[in-house]
Design a protein around this ligand. Structure first.
Ligand SMILES: [Zn+2]
Length: 159
């Protein structure tokens, strides 16, 4: 990294100096915890920053350098755990969406089954009604045939 009092960016057309810069803290193992001034337009994955840079603190103390790997290790572990949690969350969402689709299909089938049951019940009612009417007709026929003689029996015999 370079040290400068001012720097003009050629890519974004701005100029950084000590009046227009941002104080940040290094998290690298070599300079862990060491503050510096950097470009006001710096952000991860951006090419808008110029190369303005100036250390504010002196070198990281030996204790800080010894602690940095531990912090990095823990940070990496947390990052991995966060990634795992995100994956599990995404899987849970996918399973939830699948379950909702199955529920929708089941409700649709239940609705169709309900309609089929209603149709079947209507048919049963009509068949019972037809059976009752035919029984009444037969009973009336027998009453009339008994009252008015047995001639009608031959007319209703099946071939
Ligand atoms: Zn800048």
């Amino acid at each position: 990294m370079s040290s400068a009092t001012s720097y003009e960016s050629t890519t974004s057309g701005h100029m950084c100096d000590m009046d227009r810069c941002v104080e940040r803290t290094s998290l690298s193992i070599r300079n862990f915890g060491r503050r510096f001034y950097g470009c006001q337009h710096w952000s991860p994955n951006s090419d808008q920053a110029c190369k303005f840079f100036k250390w504010l603190d002196k070198n990281t103390c030996p204790r800080g350098r010894a602690t940095a790997p531990l912090v990095h290790e823990r940070f990496t572990r947390y990052k991995d755990e966060a990634a795992t949690a995100r994956n599990e969350r995404d899987e849970a969402r996918a399973m939830g969406a699948e379950a909702q689709e199955w529920e929708r299909i089941a409700k649709c089938k239940a609705g169709k089954t309900k309609i089929a049951l209603r149709i079947a019940e209507d048919k049963v009612y009509k068949y019972r009604l037809a059976l009752l009417l035919s029984w009444i007709v037969v009973r009336v026929y027998f009453v009339f045939s008994t009252v008015f003689g047995g001639h009608g029996h031959r007319l209703l015999c099946l071939p």
